[in-house]
Design a protein around this ligand. Structure first.
Ligand code: GTP
Ligand code: MG
Length: 355
C-alpha cells in the first residue's frame, strides 16, 4: 500500500501571511491536521458558519468535520484560551470534543509566563516587538528541566477533568499509524521563517525556528517523510507593530491606501495593534527558498496588487497585472505558486493548479 507523505504549510516571511486561509482551503484534502507552535500566532479564516475565526491553538482543519485534530508535541497550550476556542467551535460543531487530541508532552503556557512577559505593556514588547504572550519564558522554563517551573499537558489533564476529556496522545505514533493506513496529514505551522531564532535578525526574532524542518522535528515526523512543503507569502509582507526589527521596503498604510484608492489598515491578530507593512521583498523570498526549499508557494493579498482583483474567484478573471505579478515571482523563485489569495469578505483562495 502507498504510504502518503506528510505535507507542511509554513510562513515564508514574518507571519500573518494568511496560513489560516490556505489551511482552510486545503482542509478537506486531509484526514489529520496537526497544529505546531504556540498561541503567539493567530490563524484567521472564514469558518463553516461563514464567520471570521482566529485560531491560536486548535488547527484550522477543524472546518473539515471528518478530520482528526492534534495539538502537537513541540507546541504550547494556554489552558483558558484552549477552553474558549473549543467551546466556541462546539457551538458550530459539537463533534470537536471527540476528534481533538493533545500531545501528552505539549507544554502548558501558564498565566504566570504571560505575567512575566507582561503582554504589550512589557519590556519584551517595547524592546523587540514581541507579542509578550509568555512563550519565550515558557520555552526557557522547559529548558530548565524543572517540573516546578514547567508543566506538560499530561499534568494538566491529571488535574482538571475538563482537559482530561481530550485524549493525551503521542503525536509521532498517531501520525505514523495514520500514514500506514493511507491517512493524509497536514502540519500547520505558525509565524514566519523570517522570525527564526537561528536564521532571523536576532534579537528581533521569535523563540524557535518556524521553518518546515523544525515543524516536522517538533511533532516527530522524519524529514524524509515530508511531501508538499508550502511556503505562504504575502504580496506585501508585514511585521508586528512597534520596535519589531528590520523590514525592507517598508511603507505605511496611507501610501498603500492611496495606491488602492480605498482605506486599508491591518491589525495584528494577537496584540490588536496596527501592523508594519512593506512592498514585496524578493531577497526575503529567495532566502526562504534557500533555507527551506519549499516545493510550492501560496501567495496571498493579490488584492493589494490590483484592487479590482479583490474577491475574484477564478484565475482567468484576474487582471493581467496580477497574473503577470504571480508569473514574475514564480520565475524568479523557480517555485510554482499553487494557491493565490484575493481577499474580500470571503477571504477567497484560488487553487491555481494541482502539483
Ligand atoms: P500567523 O501564524 O499568526 O502568522 O497566522 P496567519 O499566517 O494565518 O495570518 P493571520 O491570520 O494572522 O493574518 C492574515 C490576515 O490577512 C488575516 O487578517 C486574514 O483575514 C487576511 N487575509 C488572508 N488572505 C488575504 C488576502 O488574500 N487578501 C486580504 N486582503 N486579506 C487576506
Ligand atoms: Mg496571525
Amino acid at each position: 500500500m502507498h504510504i502518503p507523505k506528510v505535507d507542511v504549510l509554513f510562513g515564508g516571511q514574518y507571519g500573518s501571511e494568511g496560513k489560516g486561509v490556505i489551511a482552510a482551503a486545503m482542509a478537506s484534502d486531509y484526514d489529520v491536521h496537526v497544529r505546531v507552535g504556540a498561541p503567539n500566532a493567530g490563524h484567521s479564516f472564514i469558518g463553516p458558519d461563514r464567520k471570521l475565526w482566529k485560531m491560536q491553538t486548535v488547527p484550522v482543519g477543524w472546518c473539515n468535520p471528518q478530520a482528526l485534530l492534534i495539538i502537537g508535541r513541540g507546541g504550547l497550550i494556554a489552558p483558558e484560551l484552549l477552553r474558549r476556542e473549543v467551546e466556541a467551535i462546539a457551538d458550530v460543531d459539537p463533534s470537536i470534543y471527540g476528534r481533538l487530541y493533545i500531545d501528552a508532552k505539549c507544554g502548558v503556557l501558564d498565566e504566570r509566563f504571560h505575567q512575566q512577559e507582561g503582554g504589550v505593556n512589557g519590556e519584551m514588547h517595547a524592546r523587540i516587538g514581541s507579542t509578550g504572550e509568555g512563550v519565550g519564558p515558557a520555552r526557557e522554563a522547559r529548558i530548565s528541566r524543572d517540573p516546578e517551573r514547567f508543566r506538560l499537558y499530561r499534568d494538566l489533564a491529571d488535574e482538571d477533568v475538563w482537559f482530561a476529556q481530550f485524549e493525551a496522545v503521542d503525536t509521532p505514533r498517531v501520525i505514523n499509524t495514520a500514514r500506514q493506513s493511507g491517512g493524509k496529514i497536514l502540519l500547520e505551522g505558525a509565524q514566519g521563517q523570517g522570525l527564526s531564532l537561528i536564521h532571523g535578525p536576532w534579537p528581533y526574532c521569535t523563540s524557535t525556528d518556524p521553518g518546515p524542518a523544525q515543524l516536522a522535528a517538533d511533532v516527530g515526523v522524519p524529514v524524509t517523510a515530508l511531501g508538499r512543503i508550502i511556503a505562504c507569502m504575502r504580496t506585501y509582507p508585514i511585521r508586528v507593530a512597534g520596535n519589531s526589527g528590520p523590514l525592507n521596503n517598508e511603507i505605511d498604510f496611507n501610501v498603500l491606501s492611496e495606491k488602492l484608492g480605498r482605506p486599508v489598515l491591518e491589525h495584528t491578530t494577537v496584540t490588536g495593534k496596527v501592523r508594519r507593512i512593506a512592498e514585496w521583498d524578493m531577497e526575503l523570498a529567495k532566502t526562504c527558498c534557500m533555507l527551506h526549499g519549499p516545493n510550492e508557494i501560496a501567495l496571498t493579498f493579490l488584492d493589494y496588487v490590483n484592487p479590482d482583483d479583490e474577491g475574484v474567484d477564478d484565475w482567468t478573471k484576474l487582471s493581467e497585472q496580477s497574473q503577470n505579478y504571480v508569473r514574475h515571482i514564480e520565475d524568479k523563485l523557480r517555485v510554482p505558486i499553487t494557491f493565490v489569495g484575493t481577499g474580500g469578505p470571503k477571504l477567497r483562495v484560488l487553487k491555481r493548479y494541482q502539483p
